[in-house]
Design a binder for this molecule. Structure first.
Ligand code: ADP
Ligand code: ZN
Length: 212
């Protein structure tokens, strides 16, 4: 299989993380989520985590230099040589420019698009495992272990999935992240997929877009 160096774009809750995990398994390449890396740092109480928490809880973006540093370190690791999926990075045009300045070659940019009203309902049912990081949805992707994760831990709601915070995150997405689409469209790299209600249907469209 050719090497895939993919950027997944899409509003918070559009299903990027879920699709990233599926593509990661299929192509055997790491799915890199800046959001997940930041949440881990918050949990383990590192300096970066402490710094980032106030931004995340307000539904704001973490400063560019912080996430650019995270990505620079992560992409330097051995497991990225045959490809990777970026989920949640870049999220601003300066981040996209920094990625280019690092000399990172991207092969595809895929935007998963879902209307805001749908996102608001989706986020209400989103659950995560605080221990292993697995993600579920009460309605669309229930855990086989009910209110627990298959790993045994009780599932929780992310603090930034609170409806008010979600509204702030959507606003930030449209104002600050969406312009990235133009950045990559201008390079002829942008593909768009309409996110479907059933995650398998989105997976099929994503697979077709990546193969096509
Ligand atoms: P979602 O895609 O559902 O918004 P993420 O897990 O990707 O969730 O991100 C959670 C939060 O982490 C974001 O709201 C933001 O505060 C921060 N974050 C993640 N990635 C970036 C990034 N590339 N730039 C700035 N902040 C980021
Ligand atoms: Zn778990």
């Amino acid at each position: 299989m050719r090497s895939l160096k993919l950027i997944l774009l899409g509003a918070p809750g559009a299903g990027k993380g879920t699709q990233a995990e599926i593509i990661s398994g299929k192509y055997n390449i790491p799915a890199i989520s800046t959001g997940a890396i930041i949440r881990e740092a918050i949990q383990s109480g590192t300096e970066m985590g402490k710094n980032a928490k106030s931004y995340i809880d307000a539904g704001a973006l973490v400063p560019d230099e912080v996430v650019i540093g995270i990505i620079r370190e992560r992409l330097a690791k051995e497991d990225c040589v045959n490809g990777f999926i970026l989920d949640g990075f870049p999220r601003t045009v300066p981040q996209a420019e920094a990625l280019e300045a690092m000399g990172v070659e991207i092969t595809e940019v895929l935007s998963i698009e879902v209307p805001d009203e749908k996102i608001l309902t989706r986020m209400a049912g989103r659950r995560v495992c605080p221990k292993c990081g697995a993600t579920f949805h009460t309605e669309f992707k229930p855990s086989p272990a009910g209110e627990n994760c298959p790993c045994g831990e009780k599932l929780t709601r992310r603090s930034d999935d609170d409806p008010e915070v979600v509204a702030a995150r959507l606003e930030t997405y449209h104002a600050v992240t969406e312009p990235i689409k133009e950045f990559y469209a201008g390079k002829g790299m942008l593909k768009i997929v309409e996110g479907q209600d059933k995650l398998e249907d989105t997976t099929a469209l994503v697979a077709a877009a990546l193969e096509g």
